[in-house]
Design a protein around this ligand. Structure first.
Ligand code: ATP
Length: 852
C-alpha cells in the first residue's frame, strides 16, 4: 500500500487504525455519511474494477460509492475474487466530533451470505485443507446453510475428487503450503494435484497454529455449542479438526461474530461414496459441458427442481453418489410412488414452487442479516406445508410418501403468528417500515393513526390556508431539506399573511413556514419514528419466534429439498420413459435399450426445430467382472462409440444417486469409482502436452481402479505415433485383463482395428462394433452396437461428410488403396507416410504377443 501522508487528520488516523487490523488483501470500504469511501491503492483498484471516478483528497486517491447501492458494488468485487471489509459508523454523527467506526463484516467469496451474492441453485463452500504424512485432511462449510463436514484420507485420490465436485468458492490454507506443494519434486504427484486444485481458486493463508487439531476441536465444539464431538462420531484428535477449526476461526473473523447457524458436523467417508475423479467429472460433462455452460451437462438434463434448496441438494447428491443400497432404494421407491401418481406430482410441483429458501433464510437470520422479506419467506413456506402434507398422505397411509409427509413440521402457531403479523407486501429494508399488518398490534396502530391523523391535518391546512389567503394555487409540500412548507407563486406573494416566515426563494415563487406547521411536523416525525421503533421491536420478536423453531424448520427444509429432487426425477422418468434400475452387490452391469440422457434430450429439441432429424437409437450393454469384463468397441468415425460408452457411465451414475435411468431395464452391481479417459485436452499452461495429459489420466486409472470400478476409455494412445499408441493401448487392455478371474468392468472404444484380434487370447474381452450401412460409396449411420469387430474405419467417407475438398478426398483414397495393398510405395506428390506394416498376433503365451 502507498505510505500514508505524514500529517493525518483524526479521521484518516482512524482509517489507518482500521486498515492495519485487516488482512492485507482486503479492500476497506469506510463509511462517511451516505457513502462508502476507499483510499489509496484500494481506491485505484476499486475504480478500475467498478468503474468509479477516482478523485483526490489532499493528494491521495479516493473513490466512493453510495452506501445504499453497496450491495451491488460488493457483488462485483467478490466476483472479481476480492475481499471487502465494511467499516460502519457506530453512532449518529455529531458536528465537530469524530464518529466511532468499526468493521462490521468482512465479505469474501466463501463467506458472503447476501442473497444477491450467492447463486441460489449452487452450494457455496469455504474449504480448508491440510496435508501431512497421514494424508489429506479437509473441512468444508457452506456458511449460508450451515452445512459443515470434515474428511481425512490417506490417499489424496480418494478425497480430491469430491472436493473438485464441490467446487469451493474459497480455500483456507496453512501459510506456505501452496508454495511448498508447487515446489515439490516432480514425482510427488499427489502434491502437484493438490496444487493444481488450489491454484486457480481464491486462497487465504493463515498461520499454522490455526490448523492444530487440538485447538480446532475446541473451536469447533464452541461453535457448535456442544460439550464434545462424540455425538457426531468424531474423536477429539481427528486430524481434520485442524482445518475445521481454521474454517470456524476464519468465518468468525469475517462475520465479526461467531457463526450462529452451525448445527452439526458430519464426517465424509470416501468408502461410502462412488468417486468420480476430476477428469471424469470434466469428460463426462457432469456439472458443466465442455463449453463451460450448465446447458449440455448431466446436471441440467436431470434437474427438474423448482426450489433453490432442491437444486443444491441435487448437486450434492451428484457430487457424491452413495454406495448405500438401502438409501438408493429409499429414493427409488419415492420416485416410483410419484411416477404412479401424476396427480400428486402436479400438486407437489405447484406447492413446492411457493417454497422459499429456508436454509439460507435461517442462515442469514441467525447471523444477524435480517429484513422483513426473510420472515415473509418463512411465512410463505409454512403456508405450503398443509397442502404438501395433504398431497403426500393422499398417496395412501402405508406409502413412503406419507411417511415423508409426516416428517414435515407444520408449526401451526408460528404460521398463524407470522400470517397475522406480517403485511402482504414486504419491503427489502427494515428501515422502510410498514411491514407489520394493521390490526396486529394496537400500540403500533395508535402510533400510525397519529401519523395519518397529522397528515390529514396537513391536507386540511392546505384547504384552510387557501381560503384564508384567497390563493387558490397555495400548496403545502415536503422536502428532505426543509421538511413541510407552504409554497406561494410569485404572482400571489403580495397576499402572503404576516405570520408566514420566508424560508426560500425559488424561480417560481417563495416557500414559507409557520409555527403551527413546524409544530405539526415535529409531531409527525416523532410519531413516524415511534411507529418504526415499535415495528422494529415487533420484528425482533418475530425473528426470535422463528429462531425458536430453527431446528424443526431446518429439518423440514431438508425434507422439502429431497422431495423436490425426487418429484423432479419422477417427472423426468414419466416424460422420458425412464426405468427403475435394480442395484445389488453382484458384479454385473446389464442395460437393455439404454440411452444417453443428455444427447437424447438434445436430439429431441433439435427434432422440434428441424423436422426429419433422427431420434436417439437405444443400445444394450452386458458387462460382468468375471465374464464379459471388457467391451472393445470399434467402428467408423461418427458412428456413436463415444456416445455409447459415456451413456453407460452416466446411467450408472444416475442409478447410484437413486434416480431412474434412460433404459428399458437395468441391473447394476454397485460401482465404487467411475474412471474415464476420453477426448484430447492439453494443459499447456502447466507444461503438459495432450499426450502427457492422456497418459497421466490413464496412469491414474490403472493405479487406482478396483474390481468394482467402471472404466471407459476412448481412443487411448491417439496422441502419439501410430505404433507407440497402438502398443500402449494394447498393453492397457492386457493390464485391465491381467487377473485370471475378474477385473474392472471396462468399455474401450478404439480405431486400432488390430486390437480386435485380442479377443482370441483374452477370454473376458468381447468385440463389439457400431454398425453402419454402406451405400454408393457413402455411409449411413444406424447407431446400433452389435457383437463383432468392425471391418474398416470409413474415415475418408466421414471426412467427405465433414466437407473436406473433393481433391483431397480423392487423393486420400488413392493413398489409402496403395497403403492397403502389398505395394506400399506411394508415388509423389505425396505426404511423408511410413508404410503400414502388417500386424499379426502370435497366439497362446500372452507375454509372447508380438506387436511388430
Ligand atoms: N445412439 C445414437 N442415436 C442417435 N444418434 C447418435 C447415437 N449415438 C451417437 N449419435 C450421434 O452421432 C454423433 C457422433 O457420435 P460419437 O461422437 O459417439 O461417434 P464416435 O464413434 O465416437 O466418433 P469418433 O470415432 O469420430 O470420435 C453424436 O454427436 C450423436 O449426435
Amino acid at each position: 500500500m502507498s505510505s500514508p501522508p505524514e500529517k493525518l487528520t483524526p479521521m484518516m488516523q482512524q482509517y489507518f487504525d482500521v486498515k492495519r487490523g485487516l488482512p492485507r488483501d482486503t479492500l476497506l470500504l469506510f463509511r462517511l455519511g451516505d457513502f462508502y469511501e476507499m483510499f489509496f491503492d484500494d481506491a485505484v483498484l476499486a475504480s478500475q474494477l467498478l468503474g468509479l471516478t477516482l478523485t483526490k483528497r489532499q493528494d491521495y486517491p479516493m473513490a466512493g460509492l453510495p452506501y445504499h447501492a453497496a450491495d451491488s458494488y460488493v457483488t462485483k468485487l467478490l466476483a472479481a475474487g476480492k475481499k471487502v471489509a465494511l467499516c460502519d459508523q457506530q453512532e449518529p454523527a455529531v458536528p465537530g466530533k469524530l464518529v466511532r467506526r468499526q468493521v462490521s463484516r468482512i465479505l469474501s467469496p466463501g463467506t458472503t451470505l447476501s442473497a444477491n451474492q450467492l447463486d441460489a441453485a449452487r452450494n457455496h463452500y469455504l474449504c480448508a485443507l491440510a496435508c501431512d504424512r497421514a494424508g489429506l485432511h479437509a473441512a468444508w462449510l457452506d456458511l449460508s446453510t450451515g452445512e459443515f463436514r470434515v474428511a481425512t484420507d490417506a490417499l489424496l485420490d480418494n478425497l480430491l475428487p469430491v472436493l473438485t465436485a464441490l467446487n469451493p468458492a474459497e480455500l483456507v490454507l496453512t501459510e506456505g503450503d501452496l508454495a511448498r506443494w508447487q515446489a515439490a519434486p516432480h514425482d510427488q504427484i499427489a502434491l502437484h494435484a493438490l496444487h493444481q486444485f488450489c491454484a486457480p481458486r481464491l486462497c487465504t493463508e493463515l498461520p499454522g497454529y490455526h490448523f492444530e487439531p487440538g485447538l480446532g476441536a475446541q473451536t469447533v465444539t464452541t461453535a457448535l455449542g456442544v460439550l464434545n464431538l462424540q455425538g457426531f462420531g468424531l474423536a477429539p484428535d481427528h486430524p481434520a479438526l485442524g482445518p475445521a477449526g481454521a474454517l470456524v476461526h476464519y468465518a468468525t473473523e469475517n462475520l465479526c461474530a461467531k457463526p450462529e447457524n452451525l448445527r452439526s458436523l458430519q464426517e465424509y467417508r470416501s468408502t461410502r461414496t462412488l468417486l468420480l475423479d476430476p477428469a471424469t467429472l470434466r469428460n463426462l460433462e457432469i456439472f458443466q459441458s465442455t463449453r463451460g455452460t450448465r446447458e449440455g451437462s448431466l446436471l441440467s438434463a436431470v434437474n427438474r427442481t423448482v426450489t433453490s434448496a432442491g437444486a443444491r441438494l441435487l448437486e450434492r447428491w451428484m457430487a457424491a453418489p452413495t454406495l448405500d443400497l438401502a438409501e438408493i432404494s429409499r429414493r427409488q421407491s419415492l420416485v416410483g410412488e410419484l411416477v404412479e401418481r401424476p396427480g400428486t406430482l402436479g400438486g407437489l410441483h405447484d406447492s413446492l414452487g411457493q417454497v422459499r429458501d429456508i436454509p439460507r433464510i435461517l442462515g442469514r437470520l441467525q447471523n444477524r442479516i435480517r429484513n422483513p422479506r426473510e420472515l415473509g419467506g418463512v411465512r410463505d413456506t409454512l403456508a405450503q406445508i398443509p397442502p404438501l402434507r395433504a398431497c403426500l398422505t393422499g398417496a395412501g397411509p402405508a406409502t413412503a410418501l406419507a411417511a415423508l409427509g409426516a416428517q414435515l413440521a407444520e408449526l401451526p402457531a408460528l404460521r398463524a403468528h407470522l400470517a397475522a403479523a406480517l403485511a402482504d407486501e414486504l419491503p427489502a429494508d427494515l428501515n422502510d417500515g410498514n411491514f407489520i399488518r394493521a390490526g396486529f398490534d394496537p400500540e403500533l396502530d395508535r402510533m400510525r393513526a397519529l401519523t395519518s391523523g397529522n397528515k390529514t391535518w396537513l391536507s386540511d391546512l392546505e384547504r384552510t390556508e387557501q381560503e384564508r389567503t384567497g390563493i387558490k394555487s397555495l400548496k403545502v409540500r415536503y422536502n428532505s431539506v426543509f421538511g413541510y412548507y407552504i409554497e406561494i407563486t410569485k404572482a400571489n406573494l403580495h397576499l402572503a399573511p404576516s405570520d408566514y416566515v420566508r424560508k426560500q426563494t425559488t424561480v417560481n415563487g417563495e416557500r414559507f413556514i409557520t409555527d403551527a406547521l413546524k409544530q405539526k411536523e415535529k409531531e409527525i416525525f416523532h410519531a413516524e419514528e415511534n411507529a418504526l421503533h415499535r415495528e422494529l421491536t415487533l420484528f425482533n420478536e418475530l425473528v426470535a419466534a422463528v429462531l425458536d423453531h430453527s431446528v424443526a424448520l431446518a429439518q423440514t427444509a431438508d425434507h422439502l429439498a429431497a422431495l423436490d429432487v425426487l418429484a423432479g426425477w419422477a417427472a423426468l422418468a414419466r416424460e422420458w420413459d425412464y426405468c427403475r434400475p435394480v442395484l445389488d452387490d453382484a458384479d454385473a452391469l446389464e442395460i437393455t435399450d439404454g440411452r444417453h440422457p443428455v444427447v437424447e434430450q438434445m436430439m429431441k429439441s433439435d427434432r422440434s426445430l428441424h423436422a426429419g432429424s433422427a431420434a436417439f437409437v437405444p443400445n444394450d450393454t452386458v458387462l460382468a467382472c468375471d465374464d464379459a469384463q471388457l467391451m472393445l468397441i470399434t467402428g467408423p468415425n461418427m458412428a456413436g462409440k463415444s456416445t455409447y460408452i459415456r451413456q453407460v457411465a452416466l446411467i450408472t451414475l444416475l442409478a447410484q444417486i437413486g434416480c431412474w435411468v434412460p433404459a428399458k431395464a437395468c441391473r447394476i452391481g454397485l460401482v465404487d469409482r467411475i474412471f474415464s479417459r476420453v477426448g484430447a485436452s492439453d494443459d499447456l499452461a502447466r507444461g503438459n502436452s495432450t499426450f502427457m495429459v492422456e497418459m497421466n489420466e490413464t496412469a491414474n486409472i490403472l493405479n487406482n481402479a478396483t474390481d468394482r470400478s467402471l472404466i471407459i476409455l476412448d481412443e487411448i494412445g491417439r496422441g502419439t505415433s501410430t505404433y507407440d499408441g497402438l502398443a500402449i493401448a494394447w498393453s492397457v487392455v492386457e493390464h485391465l485383463h491381467r487377473s485370471p478371474e475378474r477385473g474392472p468392468r471396462t468399455l474401450f472404444a478404439t480405431h486400432y482395428q488390430e486390437l480386435t484380434q485380442l479377443e482370441k487370447h483374452l477370454p473376458r474381452l468381447r468385440n463389439f462394433s457400431v454398425a453402419v450401412k454402406e451405400w454408393n460409396d457413402e455411409i449411413v449411420f444406424v447407431r446400433r452396437v452389435i457383437p463383432g469387430a468392425a471391418d474398416r474405419s470409413y474415415g475418408i467417407q466421414v471426412a467427405r461428410l465433414a466437407g473436406l475438398p473433393l481433391s483431397v478426398i480423392d487423393r486420400a483414397k488413392t493413398i489409402l488403396a496403395k497403403l492397403e495393398s502389398d505395394d506400399a510405395t506411394v508415388s509423389l506428390p505425396a505426404p511423408t507416410v511410413r508404410p503400414k506394416k502388417k500386424i499379426s498376433v502370435t497366439p497362446t503365451d500372452d507375454s509372447q504377443l508380438s506387436l511388430l
